[in-house]
Write a protein that binds this ligand. Structure first.
Ligand SMILES: Cc1cc2nc3c(=O)[nH]c(=O)nc-3n(C[C@H](O)[C@H](O)[C@H](O)COP(=O)(O)O)c2cc1C
Length: 350
């Protein structure tokens, strides 16, 4: 697709220009500056041109259901971005839904920069990130959602809940719930228990009782669909244990899964490429583990979002045939959002 090729070359050019300036100023090479610049270029394109060039219809008959939620395409944005304007831009490529980046109860700055880098193809490609969940906090984001036209009745929004304790997660949930329960928008909650960049955020991965307690508290408040996002780093036995726990609650689904922790050295980057020495590796290298996890968990009968390394029509088809209901994409969206209409059309033709 011509648009995809143009996008890839444009992105390469932005990376080249940004890195050259950083080298000249003797600053660390930092992919986050490229993202900021790229987002700025997208926002500078007037809306009518954006709609003309970057809006794609979703073919009929590729819709799917998770309980009463209808997704016009199984492709959804995984949680990794909180800029509503950029998320709308990507949604227009034909995403069936969008998950917001994990929200913490309060604003936080995350890890020091640099904290996002590209990984070369020789080391599996994709991205290495240790953002550490920077964000403006749940209350601020609810305010932004209220002011924007982002929420939709036809393309569900995932609200990714984060926290450093069960109380924190529940606080984040309540902040959204107070607003969403009085609206008619389509949405679901996602509990991100598997973020590798906040040491405290791992507690639920180690302790399923904490997850159980959170699910109980959320269930007392709402019937909304709740997804639990697991990690490819968990062993298959652990995944099954968590899967059975999640299945014991009504109207739940699984998201399989998240990034995989690697040191800078393991993915061929210099030690200080990420300020904290390593982070979550995303992109193509994850695909086989995602496929394995979907095949392992499908017999539990829960709806599954398959997330990790999916970027081609063939991968999307294979993962759906293996038992996934939805497909989460993050790295592929950054690298070439034109993969979305391409995958949608492939799914419609099979
Ligand atoms: C820059 C970046 C930030 C991310 N932030 C989050 C996050 O806030 N919450 C979350 O659950 N996953 C987060 N992820 C993980 C993605 O949602 C996704 O699970 C992972 O990248 C694997 O999918 P991919 O191979 O399609 O990128 C992030 C990933 C990237 C690359």
């Amino acid at each position: 697709m011509l648009g995809g090729i143009a996008y890839i070359y444009f992105r390469k050019w932005v990376i080249y220009v940004t890195y050259s300036a950083q080298r000249k100023q003797r600053r660390s090479i930092d992919l986050e500056s490229v993202v900021e610049k790229g987002d700025g270029y997208i926002k500078a394109v007037p809306w009518p041109i954006r709609l003309l060039l970057f809006k794609f219809d979703i073919p009929q008959d590729i819709d799917c259901h998770v309980f009463e939620l209808k997704f016009p395409s199984p492709l959804i944005a995984a949680a990794f971005k909180d800029d509503l304007e950029i998320l709308s831009f990507w949604r227009n490529f034909g995403l069936g839904g969008v998950t917001l980046k994990t929200l913490m109860p309060m604003a936080r700055t995350g890890n020091p920069r640099p904290r996002l880098q590209s990984v070369s193809i020789g080391f599996g490609g994709g991205l290495l990130n240790a953002l550490g969940l920077p964000g403006k906090g749940a209350k601020h984001t609810v305010g932004e959602l209220q002011k924007s036209h982002f929420l939709s009745t036809t393309r569900p929004t995932g609200i990714s809940l984060g926290g450093n304790s069960v109380q924190d997660y529940f606080h984040t949930f309540l902040t959204f719930h107070q607003y969403l329960k009085n609206t008619r928008f389509a949405y679901f909650y996602e509990i991100n228990i598997s973020c590798p960049n906040t040491p405290e955020g791992q507690d639920m991965v180690k302790n399923p009782d904490l997850l159980s307690s959170l699910l109980q508290q959320i269930r007392q408040e709402t019937n909304a669909v709740v997804s639990v996002k697991l990690s490819p780093a968990q062993s298959n036995d652990e995944l099954l244990k968590f899967g059975r726990l999640v299945a014991s609650f009504p109207r739940t689904m699984l998201n399989l899964g998240n990034t995989q922790y690697k040191t800078c050295k393991e993915v061929g980057l210099w030690q200080s490429a990420i300020s904290v020495g390593g982070g979550g590796h995303s992109g193509p290298k994850l695909f086989l583990r995602t496929l394995e996890m979907v095949r392992l968990m499908a017999p539990l009968g829960l709806p599954i979002i398959a997330t990790g390394g999916i970027s081609t029509p063939q991968q999307a088809q294979q993962i759906l045939e293996s038992g996934a209901t939805l497909i989460g994409v993050a790295t592929a969206l950054v690298e070439n959002p034109f993969c979305v209409p391409q995958i949608n059309h492939h799914l419609a033709s099979t």
